[in-house]
Design a protein around this ligand. Structure first.
Ligand code: NAD
Length: 543
């Protein structure tokens, strides 16, 4: 056993490489893409450090080229859930007893491996299986994942430093930061490789052991994450990756006495269902489980008449259409002042004419495919609904085609009904609905923004006058967990803009911050008396 060490310096954000033509990073990435495309691989589950290839064989395809097969995973059974729980519980004692800086070293090493030899492979996997272009993959699967690992190690150190303010004479007060008793379940979404890694890594860093159930459309990059953890020295059983269906996993985990917490990111509906399951089983658990969930959004942009129309148009385009609008933070409703609208509209439509859509392997494409057929059909149905809506006009896009890949054009709808379906519901695709309000309706429109959706994840205000910015910031105090002034509402950076929303958007525990880590810790206070009393009588008992 070594002494605990507290010398992790404030980290830096992993620099984002630009993949310009002829750059060495582009060459390495093209070669990794080629290598991945030229073979089919078996994607194992990882239970207790062992690779498991058992269960129903399922093929994996790039969303932008569904005729191509990248490999196969094996959908697990209930037996794999039991095995993963048993492995997590067996690994717990030793991992929890590992000095915190030794645990941190695994993730710090993982960050350096990812920034170096794993960079191209992780990006290629995310590009091919989740249809992210090179830049979108780089900011997610490399930069953000490195940041999660490095910043969480630093934040945990700062948490561990927190000790009771006072230890009076003869008394020593100490806070011991224990992991939770039992195991943690991580259920992760398809859209961010970094989120998938972080939902497992954050509790594990704190000394917990984890059962990880990923989204089926992220398994191809999940396997790269497991290889990375293993190479960084993560002991077997600390994180166990399984491919059993979500409801089957829940059926076993949520009835298990040792279930200690859920780290979830995904849709609001699924999270609410899981919370209900946990509530129904509350009398079965040893401890009250920690329930952390970051969920859906209906993120907004509101532009005052005095805003810069070009900035607004560019924010709408990047905020709504990067990664095909499949970011929880993507703007999908905008409120633009009528005097500003003609200039915003002109620029937005002109810019969209230059946006190209297609495979991630062609670096000229800004837009790629949506994740799968189910998503494609759902988004197309929203667009079709608006085509028939007399209050809506599609001013750009509106077409879709799934013959080769799940392609949906970036679509801009202008509506005269600010409570129309596409202004209220999360579509999770490249669809932006705009409501043009009269200039003198600014205050009413702020109220409308606040009351239109049950979500409160991200939002942005564009205005020049400081009083207007202040007014919007106050009026929308509860409408977004991440609020942006004169900037698009996407692209939160770890260490800079801790991310998470409230209302229907989640428990707002701010992934990649100390706030999140505290959810995976159960502190024990130890009071030690160096000179314990030897007489029960207090002085006041005298005459
Ligand atoms: P999803 O809810 O469909 O799936 C999320 C995960 O839950 C997947 O692993 C899925 O297999 C699993 N799941 C589904 N039903 C289950 C059940 N009954 N029991 C157990 N597990 C179950 O979400 P998705 O499509 O992967 O991701 C998109 C959603 O995630 C959007 O709503 C988006 O807004 C949200 N999201 C939120 C944030 C955030 O930080 N707030 C970040 C990313 C994504």
């Amino acid at each position: 056993m070594s002494n605990a060490i507290f010398n992790i310096a404030v980290p830096y954000n992993e620099p984002v490489m630009n993949y310009a033509p002829g750059s060495p990073e582009k060459k390495a990435l093209l070669s990794a893409l080629h290598a991945a495309k030229s073979k089919q691989i078996e994607l194992p589950a990882y239970i207790n450090g062992k690779k498991v290839l058992e269960g129903e064989k399922v093929s994996v395809h790039p969303p932008h080229e569904h005729g191509h097969t990248l490999g196969h995973f094996y959908r697990g059974t209930k037996e794999h859930v039991h095995q993963a729980i048993d492995a997590a519980l067996a690994a717990k004692e030793s991992w929890a007893a590992t000095p915190w800086h030794e645990r941190a070293a695994v993730f710090l090493r993982a960050a350096d491996l990812l920034a170096g030899p794993y960079r191209a492979r992780m990006n290629a996997a995310t590009m091919l299986a989740q249809s992210k272009n090179a830049y979108q993959a780089e900011i997610d699967a490399v930069a953000e994942m490195c940041d999660f690992f490095r910043f969480n190690a630093y934040f945990l150190q700062e948490i561990y430093r927190e000790q009771p303010l006072i230890s009076p004479k003869t008394i020593w007060n100490k806070l011991e930061y224990r992991p939770l008793e039992g195991f943690v379940l991580a259920i992760t979404p398809f859209n961010f490789t970094s989120i998938a890694a972080n939902l497992c890594a954050a509790p594990a860093l704190c000394g917990n052991t984890v059962v990880w159930k990923p989204s089926e459309t992220q398994i191809y990059s999940a396997v790269v994450i497991m290889d990375l953890f293993e190479e960084a020295g993560l002991p077997p059983g600390v994180i166990n990756l399984i491919y059993t269906d979500g409801p089957e996993v829940g059926d076993i985990v949520f009835k298990h006495r040792e279930f200690a917490g859920l780290h979830f990111t995904g849709s609001t509906k699924v999270f609410q269902h899981l919370w209900k399951e946990i509530g129904m089983n509350i009398d079965k658990y040893r401890s009250y489980p920690r329930v952390v969930g970051e969920t859906g959004g209906k993120d907004f942009i509101i532009a005052h008449a005095d805003a810069d129309p070009v900035q607004v148009a560019v924010a709408c385009l990047r905020g709504s259409f990067e990664f095909q609008g499949q970011k929880c933070s993507a703007s999908s409703r905008a409120y633009i002042a009528s005097s500003l609208w003609p200039a915003v509209k002109e620029r937005l439509i002109d810019d969209l004419k230059t946006v190209t859509m297609g495979s991630v392997e062609d670096f000229g494409n800004f837009v790629n495919a949506v994740i799968d057929e189910r998503s494609f059909d759902k988004i197309a149905a929203y667009i079709d609904g608006e085509k028939k809506n007399p209050k809506a006009e599609i001013i750009s896009g509106g077409n879709y085609d799934k013959s080769e890949g799940y392609f949906i054009e970036p679509t801009v709808i202008v509506t005269t009904d600010p409570k129309s379906t596409t202004m209220c519901e999360e579509i999770f695709g490249p669809v932006l609905t705009i409501y043009v309000y009269e200039d003198d309706q600014w205050e009413e429109t702020l109220k409308l923004v606040d009351s239109t959706s049950p979500y409160a994840l991200t939002g942005a205000v564009f205005a020049t006058d400081r009083n207007l910015i202040d007014q919007a910031t106050k009026a929308l105090a509860n409408a977004a967990g991440n609020f942006y002034v004169n900037d698009k509402p996407t692209g939160a950076v770890v260490g800079q803009q801790p991310f998470g929303g409230a209302r229907g958007s989640g428990t707002n525990d701010k992934a990649g911050s100390a706030l999140n880590l505290t959810r995976w810790i159960s502190p024990r206070l130890i009071k030690e008396n160096f000179n314990a009393p030897v007489d029960y009588r207090y002085p006041f008992l005298g005459e």
